[in-house]
Ligand binder design. Structure first.
Ligand code: SAM
Length: 216
């Protein structure tokens, strides 16, 4: 076992002890988080916290990645939309848990770097697009699960419209300083949604047309 594999195993045992979904734990044990951060940050890649990835953005804390993934209740055959590619790590975790991942990032440079990392790891079911995720991407939907990895003031309407029947949408909702994780579940074929609230959290903002407005 390599040094990183050992540290990753310890990360799963120590930081993710309250994550119940065995498939999620397996994915967290397999995806090399150190491949998604800058060379100088690699020694800290398995620390219990977020890390900078450039453009004032972060790769999320391992626990929140695992928790949000668990809340999607993936079984293996889903098409998943991620809004906020960042480093590409969350998309890589999703890769082995569903059929296809479409992930959207507003920063072209981050999208390009994430795409390269994912390609280098041979994960072929992930499509990275430089795009305003607050609008979703209807041409690849409908999505069985949608994960927003940036803080939103409210759920952007297009994302709800792109959610398949029975689909789950997980999103941190709140203001710029603090949010709460929410899961919206589309009830069968109807347009009614069940809203459940989970842990408090803190994310960088979802910007774009239907997110927070950028400072000028
Ligand atoms: N999931 C990422 C990972 O695994 O590294 C971390 C996501 S980071 C906390 C939030 C990301 O959302 C940032 O990369 C940011 O640029 C992106 N973002 C913010 N607003 C966005 C938008 N409207 N569309 C797409 N991406 C957006």
């Amino acid at each position: 076992m390599s040094r990183f594999e050992l540290i990753r195993k310890r990360m799963v045992e120590q930081q993710l002890s309250d994550i119940a979904d065995a498939r999620v734990l397996q994915a967290m044990a397999e995806v090399p988080r150190h491949s998604f951060v800058d060379e100088v940050l690699r020694p800290r890649a398995y620390d219990d916290g977020p890390l900078p990835i450039g453009k004032k953005q972060t790769i999320s804390q391992p626990w929140i990645v695992a928790r949000m993934t668990e809340l999607l209740c993936l079984e293996g055959d889903e098409t998943v939309l991620e809004v906020g590619t960042g480093s590409g790590y969350q998309a890589a975790v999703l890769s082995s848990l569903c059929r296809r991942v479409v992930t959207l990032e507003r920063h072209g440079d981050l999208a390009r770097d994430a795409g390269r990392r994912i390609e280098a790891l041979g994960m072929r079911n992930i499509t990275v697009l430089a795009s305003d995720g607050s609008l979703g991407r209807s041409e690849y939907g409908p999505y069985d699960a949608i994960l927003v990895t940036a803080a939103a003031p409210e759920v952007p309407e297009p994302l709800l419209n792109q959610l398949a029947s029975g689909g789950r949408l997980v999103v941190p909702l709140g203001d710029l300083h603090s949010q709460v994780l929410h899961r919206f579940t589309r009830d069968g074929d109807s347009y009614s949604l069940r809203d459940e609230a989970f842990e408090a959290c803190r994310f960088v903002p979802l910007l774009g047309r239907l997110g927070f407005q950028e400072e000028r």
